[in-house]
Design a protein around this ligand. Structure first.
Ligand SMILES: Cc1ncc(COP(=O)(O)O)c(C=O)c1O
Length: 386
């Protein structure tokens, strides 16, 4: 039995997306910037995808969507594109649980003299809005907070945080790569200025993403060239990938209520099955949590209370041998295990922060998958802790 439980890492493209992508590749492969019939057809396909995405996040203006190569590029564009608008170095606020595609451009700005505040989170990974208020300075020009955290599933109070930003007239960006398709996103209601998302987290294919930019907000390009995407992102658009992204976004948003109810039930069932396992501690928020997300810290103690260190990666390898795909928060660099910065920010010790595991559910996950996964995971843990 093969069970994929790593949907936060990437999702299998849905059949409707594959059909659309194949059709574009075989029949409508023109360059959307060309003015002949092949180009016109390609341009229509591009604009259909833009419309599907605009509608799905309740944006009013087609021009508010800038296609990118994925969530990473959208995040880089949001951070660096806004920073480039300023001649003098300013101050930016982010959370301490951001994805590396926010952290790394922010670090780059810091090395160039920008000031950055990283908001703390509580042990469940949530920001206290009062901390945001307290961190705001005269020179704060941008606040960027992840919507749904990929490793521990915690959802931030984005609307409230955005309201604070607005009350100080500061731009607000959110990385919604994990949230789109899981939480109904309405950019008007949230009042965000910038929002990043990615196709391959919602059953599209890898290599497409978008940045929503509220009309009127000025942003500098990171790529210079042919002037596509309103001069904000030059380069011929990856038409087939983007067409699939449009279909994927539309379908995932149409199905969101029904599918999320199903996923929440499965997720809760998995938590319930594992609740009598003495070797796992739930990580992340119980209530404010992505609907498909299950995460744990593996305990340090064996049955007879002896100290035993089992890493998340060890569990991932054992689960893989049993045919089940899950993931760990910690990473291995040059043979050295690096504790998860997310778990460290949540207050876990370095030894706990190498013991995180994540199981993320999706469209093809069934109750049988959950039952079998729980049985296998318990067996593996009992064996490792013997
Ligand atoms: C929260 C978050 N932001 C950004 C990204 C990057 O997206 P992409 O893989 O499309 O570059 C990811 C991917 O895992 C993510 O989880």
């Amino acid at each position: 039995m093969q069970i994929y439980l790593d949907y936060s890492s990437t999702t299998p493209p849905r059949p409707e997306v594959v059909t659309c992508v194949n059709q574009v590749l075989s029949e409508n492969w023109g360059n959307p910037s060309s003015i002949h019939q092949w180009g016109k057809k390609a341009s229509m396909i591009l604009e259909t995808a833009r419309k599907q995405i605009t509608n799905s996040i309740k944006a009013n203006d087609l021009e508010s969507i800038i296609f990118t190569s994925g969530g990473t590029e959208a995040n880089n564009l949001a951070i660096l594109g806004i920073a480039k608008q300023y001649k003098k170095r300013q101050h930016i606020i982010i959370s301490s649980v951001e994805h590396s595609s926010i952290n790394k451009p922010i670090k780059f700005l810091e090395t160039h003299g920008w000031k950055v505040t990283r908001l703390p989170v509580n042990c469940q990974g949530r920001i206290n809005p009062h901390d945001l208020k307290a961190a705001i300075r005269k020179d704060t020009i941008l606040i960027s907070i992840i919507y749904g955290q990929s490793e521990v599933g915690t959802v931030q109070p984005i609307k409230e945080l955005c309201q604070i930003a607005k009350s100080y007239d500061i731009l607000f960006h959110t990385d919604a790569a994990q949230a789109i398709g899981k939480l109904a996103i309405n950019v008007q209601d949230l009042n965000v200025d910038l929002l990043s998302f990615s196709a391959h987290k919602i059953y599209g294919i890898q290599g497409a993403g978008a940045l929503y930019i509220r009309p009127g907000i000025k942003i500098s390009p990171l790529l210079y060239g042919g002037g596509q995407e309103q001069e904000i992102r030059s380069g011929t658009q990856s038409l087939a990938t983007i067409a699939g992204f449009g279909v994927a976004t539309e379908l995932v948003c149409e199905e969101i209520i029904e599918e999320n109810n199903r996923l929440i039930q499965l997720r809760n069932q998995l938590f319930k099955y594992m609740s009598d396992c003495p070797y796992l501690i739930l990580s992340g928020h119980q209530e404010y949590r992505l609907p498909h997300h299950v995460s744990f810290i593996v305990s340090n103690l064996s049955k007879n209370q002896k100290l035993k260190k089992i890493t998340g990666q060890t569990i991932v390898r054992h689960m893989n041998l049993a045919g089940i795909g899950i993931s760990a928060g910690s990473a291995c660099h040059s043979g050295k295990l690096i504790p998860s910065p997310i778990l460290l920010a949540m207050g876990y010790s370095a030894s706990d922060a190498i013991s995180g595991i994540r199981l993320t559910l999706g469209k093809d996950t069934t109750i049988n998958d959950i039952t079998w996964t729980a049985t296998v995971l318990k067996q593996i843990l009992s064996h490792l802790f013997e």
